[in-house]
Design a protein. Structure first.
Length: 150
């Protein structure tokens, strides 16, 4: 049986709520049309919608504490059929996203990495090795669909 879960990784800390959720919503909608389930690390976090820049963690919200974030995101990654990583226009290195890529690779989960061909702050061989790399979100989604759909 094909695992239809796709984890939607990408920067959150330092972004606005919309920057963190808008692309994930569009990606999940596209995946849904192919019976694939896009899992966002922002699900259940509408309480962050007023934040201009999302912080690394929020201890007053269990699933936004460092422990909650790490346990849920790790579980989401290792139970996914693939992860889609959107690093387009990243303003700073996303340590959480780098961890998610490492977790996926350690568990032999395919990684589709979306980032500019040149100039992205994450462009490093240790990160991009053994990933499918494309330069647009829609191309990344097409790769995920080809990986997980018969």
């Amino acid at each position: 049986m094909i695992n239809t879960k796709v984890y939607l990784a990408g920067p959150i800390s330092g972004t606005s709520y919309g920057e963190s959720t808008d692309w994930r919503k569009r990606a999940a909608d596209k995946l849904d049309s192919f019976s694939l389930l896009g899992f966002s690390p922002m699900r259940g976090k509408a309480y962050l919608s007023k934040e201009d820049q999302i912080a690394d963690s929020y201890n007053d919200h269990t699933m936004s504490s460092i422990t909650g974030i790490n346990i849920r995101d790790y579980n989401d990654v290792i139970t996914s059929g693939a992860i889609l990583v959107n690093l387009l226009e990243a303003k700073k290195v996303s340590i959480g996203t780098v961890m998610e890529i490492a977790w996926a690779r350690a568990h032999n989960i395919p990684v589709v990495l979306v980032m500019e061909k040149e100039g992205n702050i994450h462009d490093h061989g240790m990160l991009t090795y053994n990933c499918i790399r494309v330069s647009s979100l829609w191309e990344g989604l097409e790769c995920i669909i080809q990986l997980l759909r018969p």
